[in-house]
Design a binder for this molecule. Structure first.
Ligand code: ATR
Length: 281
């Protein structure tokens, strides 16, 4: 079998996904290719899907600005992607285009990979900063784990409430402003920054101040450009353990690759290699 894969988005030229998936193909000893498919906003997504079908695509990833826009064009959507309201992975199976979202799952895998001892703990207390698509995916994926509380801090309270109200599960959630959350940092085992604040070219920014941080908790950032954000640098200086965003990028891709190929693939040395690639940018 030859795996014809790709990424649709606009723009896509700087994407690291081709490197990641070509490495997975190699690690798994599979034949295939992964192409960047730049889709101009004026093009019809319906036409794009027809073209990809004619070209025998196995599946593709979806990035900005199409993660939500692609949804009405798909034949089926996995329940967790439906719930998150965004699709980042599509497979063509039995005549149907099927959409998935692997972002939250990728985050949890990254956490387990770097800090496996965290999963052994019970009553885990989490603070999620931000309430966009990424936060929604991570909120959903964390619920599969033994997490007792996931509080949300966000600039716009109503957006945080949308996440908390939609999920009727046993996990407890309180909503805070960004300022309020700065005073509560020591109550959490894990703090996850899910907004794009701190991303290049605005890398001097941090979503909140960590000056009250005293606990040796785990601080995560989903931003991976730069690989060590200001937020993570501050966390490290205060003795926290950190989780860099490139690992979520890697593990959401691993999950997508598993969906396309139906087989497990190891990340091998890709953690280090990806870090070096990003540091060179
Ligand atoms: P994604 O789908 O990538 O998560 P998104 O849906 O646009 O992106 O969500 C972005 C998140 O980052 C939101 O929580 C947003 O806060 P609001 O809900 O108040 O809009 C947050 N965000 C983005 N820029 C921000 C900034 N400069 N300050 C504070 N929060 C910011």
């Amino acid at each position: 079998m030859f795996y014809q894969l790709g990424l649709i988005g606009y723009p896509v030229e700087h994407s690291l996904s081709p490197w990641i998936h070509q490495s997975f193909l190699k690690n798994a000893h599979l034949q295939g290719r992964y192409d960047l498919i730049e889709v101009h906003p004026e093009k019809s997504l319906g036409d794009i899907l027809l073209e990809l079908k004619e070209q025998h695509y196995t599946g593709f990833n979806v990035t900005v600005p199409y993660k939500q826009k692609i949804m009405p064009y798909l034949d089926k959507i996995d329940t967790s992607a439906e719930h998150i309201g965004a699709v980042n992975t599509v497979i063509y199976r039995d005549g149907n285009w099927i959409g998935y979202n692997t972002d939250g799952f990728g985050f949890v895998r990254a956490l387990e990979y770097r800090y496996p001892e965290v999963i052994e703990k019970t009553n885990i207390q989490v603070l999620l900063i931000g309430a966009g698509g990424a936060a929604r995916g991570i909120y959903a994926a964390l619920q599969m784990k033994d997490v007792e509380r996931i509080d949300i801090a966000n600039r716009t309270r109503t957006n945080a409430l949308k996440i908390a109200n939609q999920d009727q599960t046993k996990v407890k959630t309180d909503i805070y402003s960004l300022e309020e959350s700065e005073k509560r940092l020591n109550q959490y085992d894990i703090i996850i920054q899910t907004t794009d604040v701190g991303m290049k070219p605005k890398q001097h920014k941090s979503i909140i101040s960590l000056q009250n941080l005293e606990q040796p908790n785990i601080i995560c950032d989903i931003v991976y450009q730069p690989i060590s954000t200001n937020f993570l640098k501050n966390a490290k200086q205060r003795g926290a353990k950190i989780l860099q965003g490139h690992l979520m990028l890697l593990f959401q891709a691993q999950r997508a690759f598993e969906i396309w190929t139906n087989q497990a693939v190891s990340i091998g040395k890709m953690d280090e290699q990806l870090k070096q690639l990003l540091e060179g940018r």
